[in-house]
Write a protein that binds this ligand. Structure first.
Ligand code: NAD
Ligand code: UDP
Length: 317
């Protein structure tokens, strides 16, 4: 049995990851400051014999004995990471240093949740891992994009200088049950709006593209990456199916049977125009990993979650 630390474990992806780690018979420590995470996401685990919850901020050092670390702590939605941008940078820089220091002391393997945002508004399409990106260093998304880029740098420097066993995954837009209804990202916004009969808020003309990965497929990629030997990454994890935001809005209206109208809102600055992962490296290194849940199927599961969740607690977007 391994003792595994998941930072950001009460968040959307972290809580799904913990479910899988416990199923595999591990001892899991969930660390979270509950900025965007919620106890609701992990309530079903609170009585589990091998689950432990620590309310803690990764920007502060912590002493623990662990075998593996998944470092997910960081708000992921633009609305939340821009709320306190300096804190977002601290979480990515000091938080990652603290977790790499912990990995160094305990000789734990550490997986860093990086992001497709390291490619910025990409000039290479689809994005391959050897592309260095096109990121604005001084814009409103920079606290997150540059924070995650420094986190990758820190991982590689701890690896080269201190022999820390690091794994870097670049996550592309991921969605599924347990996204917060006020998360602000596009899939949860559109579903909540459609279910509540509100206008669907498309930013810009809606011709920008994203590639959406269902959370179970992503978590499977995490587990496979953690089990690789002699491979640090970075590796792209995402579903290569590419859709415009307008197509997504139409799909959500169709699948919910909603009467909501689509309205156009101003496009936020630096919003990337296109995004699609090249996953050849993941397929080669992670035993043929392929996200096999198509958008429509994943959306149906996510809609079902919000249908039952919103009945319990009506939400505002
Ligand atoms: P989320 O906001 O649901 O989860 C983030 C979790 O981290 C929350 O539980 C939050 O409370 C916690 N957290 C934030 N700051 C913290 C701090 N200083 N100390 C301790 N805990 C803190 O987001 P998510 O979608 O589950 O994302 C998880 C990770 O994956 C993040 O690192 C994010 O950057 C990365 N990622 C996600 C996506 C995506 O599409 N979901 C894409 C790229 C990267
Ligand atoms: N978006 C939108 N309406 C919303 C929320 C987001 O049109 O209510 C757009 C946003 O401008 C971006 C895309 O959807 O082009 C994905 O946004 P999200 O915040 O989910 O992720 P990211 O921009 O970080 O990829």
């Amino acid at each position: 049995m391994k003792r595994i630390l998941v930072t950001g474990g009460a968040g959307f992806i972290g809580s799904h990851l913990i479910d899988r780690l416990l199923e595999r018979g591990n001892d899991v420590v969930c660390l979270d400051n509950f900025f965007t995470g919620s106890k609701e996401n992990i309530r079903h685990l609170l009585d589990h014999h091998y689950f432990e919850l620590i309310r803690h901020d990764v920007t502060e050092p912590i002493l623990l004995e662990v075998d593996e670390i998944y470092n997910l702590a960081c708000p992921a939605s633009p609305v939340h990471y821009q709320y306190n941008p300096v804190k977002t940078i601290k979480t990515n820089v000091m938080g990652t240093i603290n977790m790499l220091g912990l990995a160094k002391r305990t000789k734990a393997r550490i997986l860093q949740a990086s992001t497709s945002e390291v490619y910025g508004d990409p000039h290479v399409h689809p994005q391959t891992e050897d592309y260095w990106g096109n990121v604005n260093p001084i814009g409103i998304r920079s606290c997150y994009d540059e924070g995650k880029r420094v986190a990758e740098t820190l991982c590689m420097d701890y690896h080269r200088s201190n022999g820390v066993d690091v794994k870097i995954v670049r996550i592309f837009n991921t969605y599924g049950p347990r996204m917060a209804e006020n998360d602000g990202r596009v899939v949860s916004n559109f579903i909540v709006q459609a279910l509540q009969g509100q206008d669907i808020t498309v930013y810009g003309e809606g011709d920008q593209t994203r590639s959406f990965c269902y959370v179970d497929n992503l978590v499977d990629g995490f587990l496979r990456m953690m089990d690789t030997e002699g491979f640090t990454g970075p590796v792209n994890l995402g579903n290569p199916g590419e859709f415009t935001i307008l197509e997504l809005a139409e799909k959500v209206i169709d699948l919910t049977g909603s009467t909501s109208k689509i309205i156009k809102m101003p496009l936020p600055p630096d919003d990337p125009t296109q995004r699609k992962p090249n996953i050849s490296l993941a397929q080669e290194k992670l035993g043929g990993w392929t996200p096999d849940i198509p958008l429509e199927e994943g959306l149906k599961k996510t809609i079902a979650y919000f249908e039952s969740h919103l009945k319990k607690s009506p939400a505002k977007v």
